[in-house]
Design a binder for this molecule. Sequence first.
Ligand SMILES: *[C@@H]1O[C@H](CO)[C@@H](O)[C@H](O)[C@H]1NC(C)=O
Ligand SMILES: *[C@@H]1O[C@H](CO)[C@@H](O)[C@H](O)[C@H]1NC(C)=O
Ligand SMILES: *[C@@H]1O[C@H](CO)[C@@H](O)[C@H](O)[C@H]1NC(C)=O
Ligand SMILES: *[C@@H]1O[C@H](CO)[C@@H](O)[C@H](O)[C@H]1NC(C)=O
Ligand SMILES: *[C@@H]1O[C@H](CO)[C@@H](O)[C@H](O)[C@H]1NC(C)=O
Ligand SMILES: *[C@@H]1O[C@H](CO)[C@@H](O)[C@H](O)[C@H]1NC(C)=O
Length: 428
Amino acid sequence: MYLPPALLLLLSAQVAPAAYAFAPHRSLADATERFHRFAKRHSARFARDLRVVFQGLAVDQAESDPNASHRVYCVRPDDLSAGFGSNTTSTSPATSSATGSASASGTSSGAAPTATSPWKLVESHSGKNFFDGFSFWDLADPTNGAVDYQSQEDAESGGLIEINDDGNAVLKVDTTSTISGNRKSVRITTENTFTGGIFVLDAVHMPQGCGSWPAFWSNGPDWPTFGEIDIIEGVNDYTNNQATLHTASGCQIASNSTAQSLGISSTLIGGTNCAALETSNQGCGMRSDSNTTYGSGFNSIGGGVYAMVWDDDEIAVYFFPQGSIPQDLTAEVPLPETWGTPMARWPATNCDLDTFFKNHSIIINTTLCGDWAGSVWTASGIPGQETSCAQRTGYSTCEDFVHNSGASFGKAYWEISSLKVYQTTRQS
Ligand SMILES: *[C@@H]1O[C@H](CO)[C@@H](O)[C@H](O)[C@H]1NC(C)=O
Ligand SMILES: *[C@@H]1O[C@H](CO)[C@@H](O)[C@H](O)[C@H]1NC(C)=O
Ligand SMILES: *[C@@H]1O[C@H](CO)[C@@H](O)[C@H](O)[C@H]1NC(C)=O
Ligand SMILES: *[C@@H]1O[C@H](CO)[C@@H](O)[C@H](O)[C@H]1NC(C)=O
Ligand SMILES: *[C@@H]1O[C@H](CO)[C@@H](O)[C@H](O)[C@H]1NC(C)=O
Ligand SMILES: *[C@@H]1O[C@H](CO)[C@@H](O)[C@H](O)[C@H]1NC(C)=O
């Protein structure tokens, strides 16, 4: 979950804030290529499903062609671009249905393409039942944060969690001005576990500001044996998200990997060895080149959707700013092959995902200070945190700030529209 401070300083110096303009469908050639590979692995039934999505804009002679089932289903880039955001919507509902142990009410958007996807909604949290199916962690923070995690009852009565007027779930940090111990916060974990899937968080706000260390992540039992996937994570005033894997020994990305060879829109930071216990738990991290992907940057654009895809071939993290969310995702029929360049990607080539990742719970928490946020309190030159938190706040330590500046945590809250999980077949 964190990088040793010395390493972080070193790395932050080399990460120049790059002018990467985020465009989810930036590389149509890349999308098409991945789409093609995916189609090749799937049956004619899937090809038919894809054709429905693109409503005839793509190759559509398959049905009448007796040789269709031998043909690799593929579309040209211009067909692909026409397929989305144009005339593909209809009023019929999506045909995806909850097949697993959905623990809360799912919501479908009104206008949806008539489409199916091999990925089916298996769990959905939104609206007034958002917190159903989550458990609340109320023990000490294992990463030494200055937080006092609350039970569900205490979080409710203390006003730290609520469903607001927009129907979004809000998870706050206590803002009592002065406290002597740890500050109250919330950490929620899904009761169900998942092996493989697409985990999708739609949020309009996330915690920001000095002292905060929020995360949307997942992990398996007996850490790090069954892996940890950090989808959204950062600290303090950072504006660029970092996604990281932490695993048992034997999981790597190729040591000569580059952003280009991985096909990602971020910068590799830390190592290529993902083994937690061999790397002082630094893991293999990728930091977004976009400053609207985390903290105040994310909030400045009204947030967006993070989607983590975990299949046999790779683990990948995508970010879609509010307003650029793929229609298939909104319609709950995700087709990740059409999503373009991911923010982060770990191919299975040097890491057998079936071995290193199993039975993940999904976790959302906000800790304060602790191993990461506390240790970079005096660091500067990181995107979003050009000057240090010590300078910005006037407090020489993170803990002092947490104890004495409650109002500063007014923006350290999550506001979440939904958390959804898709799988091809339910696997816990
Ligand atoms: C189907 O495949 C056969 C054998 O490859 C070929 O002779 C035939 O012309 C094909 N039919 C069509 C409609 O493409
Ligand atoms: C597609 O959308 C455009 C713009 O909204 C509209 O002018 C056109 O008639 C539509 N075409 C079809 C086939 O629905
Ligand atoms: C809370 O989040 C931090 C940051 O991701 C993580 O390292 C820590 O383990 C979490 N704490 C708990 C109790 O989940
Ligand atoms: C990385 O190394 C492997 C094996 O030595 C090689 O096949 C591959 O082409 C290299 N990739 C890059 C991006 O240099
Ligand atoms: C992101 O970086 C650009 C270029 O440096 C800057 O103009 C902009 O204000 C930054 N946005 C945020 C939200 O930090
Ligand atoms: C993972 O989940 C499966 C299915 O519930 C269960 O049989 C298995 O024991 C779990 N593995 C671990 C390591 O918890």
